[in-house]
Design a protein around this ligand. Structure first.
Ligand SMILES: [Zn+2]
Length: 459
């Protein structure tokens, strides 16, 4: 590192320590903010020192889980991984991770950064990644990001900017992501298991027109949301052939999945403790990312299988003897996938749904009307709704035909959690579906009750 970059990094680290000493939220992004202010080029310099190069992961849904899985694969391959904390996924968070890193062997160290969709172009311009994993674009937090169309255009412009193009690892199943690979060499990942297809596009589907000619797409199979085996009846553009293909999703209900995945290195089987088809796709994305970084498929598959669930994402806990699973649901696509995962388990369900409308959740909560809750409602014995918009949820469930005797409206999250747990019979499980800030509220209650640890410790 040159002297200027090194001096800037030292000042930025000191700012991070000062912030922590003042008790300001762990100081996660503070050193990055300081570094970007005093010497933005220092980020480039530090990133360029990493002998293993860097890989970026972005998507609306699943980027935290996929980044964790990919981190497992990189470590199993012997790399020292420099990574950003979940949630610190703007350029400042990436800069802070780079500033804080003191790799023992810089020649083999590797950067792995989860990027907010809107922040990705800025991160890519500074970090010069070797590879980039782009997974999906769903409607999410509209008031923060603008339309997903705008994000897709900014990503396209990012790939046209001068400089070396990273290895592109793209979701073939998402038409908006696939369009980014047009005319470029890519590693395509996706799903090829018709047994898990749903009949049709759900109401929540976001991106169903041909990117080339605007004609509505035809789907041979829909996996979830607008992801599927798509083609355009007008211009003939279609889902690219898969390099990394899930040929058997191996769903096991709420306990996990055992997907069989075909890769250019042969077939591998994974054993995931995170449930649902969306996590099977997250694992396929991580596996494809690992291949792009030169890791063997069998090494990556074994490592990905060892990665536990991320904070609040299919996290299993026990509270006063009652099992509880936290399933983050922050937009229609994620919530639909959670509903589908819960339906894999026969028997009665006890659910707690928590809806806030703070900025990190998206101020507009109308998306709850796009979630297909109806198949679940006849199978629930108790539904507790909570959060700042508990009454909106109550209305949604009443419209969905839920028996009012089964519905409990308790806006205070602490009281709602206690009541929902009390409603679960012995041996049962409480399934908690919170939005982003509601997840943090409920997790804080669980920490207070001794059921969860306060901070996620990177494993
Ligand atoms: Zn077309």
């Amino acid at each position: 590192m040159n002297i200027v970059a090194s001096g800037s990094a030292a000042i930025a680290r000191a700012a991070g320590r000062a912030s922590r000493a003042m008790g300001r939220g762990g100081g996660t992004s503070v050193p990055g903010v300081v570094l970007l202010r005093i010497n933005p080029r220092a980020v480039d310099t530090i990133a360029d020192r990493l002998g293993g190069g860097s890989i970026l992961v972005s998507a609306t849904n699943g980027k935290t889980t996929t980044t964790r899985m990919l981190g497992g694969a990189l470590r199993a391959d012997g790399a020292e991984v420099i990574t950003n904390a979940a949630g610190a996924n703007l350029l400042s968070g990436v800069a802070a991770a780079l500033v804080g890193a003191r790799p023992a062997r810089p020649d083999t160290a590797c950067g792995l950064f989860e990027c907010d969709e809107a922040a990705l172009p800025a991160v890519m311009a500074r970090v010069h990644p070797r590879a980039i994993v782009l997974m999906n674009l769903f409607r999410d937090q509209l008031d923060r990001h603008g339309e997903l169309e705008a994000i897709a255009e900014r990503w396209q412009a990012m790939l046209l900017a001068p400089g070396a193009l990273p290895r592109l690892v793209l979701a073939a199943d998402d038409p908006a992501i696939a369009a980014l690979g047009d005319g470029r060499e890519c590693l395509w990942f996706g799903l090829d298991d018709p047994a898990v297809a749903t009949g049709a596009l759900p109401h929540a589907a976001d991106s169903t027109r041909c990117r080339a000619c605007g004609t509505p797409l035809t789907y041979d199979h829909v996996w979830f949301g607008h992801l599927g085996d798509w083609r355009c009846p007008a211009c003939g553009s279609s889902r690219p052939p898969l390099d990394v293909a899930v040929i058997d999703a191996g769903l096991r209900g709420a306990t996990g999945s055992d997907p069989l995945i075909r890769t250019p290195d042969g077939e591998v089987i994974l054993h995931l403790t995170v449930p649902g088809l969306h996590n099977v796709l997250n694992a396929a994305a991580a596996l494809a990312g690992a291949l792009a970084m030169g890791i063997r498929a069998d090494v990556a598959a074994a490592a990905i299988s060892q990665v536990p669930a991320a904070f609040g994402r299919a996290e299993h806990l026990v509270v006063d003897g009652t099992d509880l699973v936290l399933l983050l649901a922050k937009n229609p696509a994620g919530a639909n996938e959670n509903v589908r995962t819960l339906l894999l388990d026969p028997g009665d369900h006890h659910i707690l749904v928590a809806l806030n409308d703070r900025i990190a959740d998206g101020r507009d909560v109308s998306w709850i009307w796009d979630v297909d809750w109806e198949p679940l409602l006849p199978r629930v014995s108790s539904v507790t709704v909570t959060g700042e918009r508990a009454h909106d949820l109550a209305l949604r469930f009443r419209y969905g035909g839920l028996d009012p005797d089964h519905l409990h409206v308790i806006p205070d999250h602490r009281a709602a959690l206690a009541s929902a747990i009390a409603a679960v019979p012995p041996g049962g499980c409480l399934e908690v579906l919170p939005t982003y800030t509601a997840m943090h509220d409920i997790r804080a209650d669980l920490v207070a009750r001794g059921a969860a640890s306060e901070f996620w410790v990177e494993g």
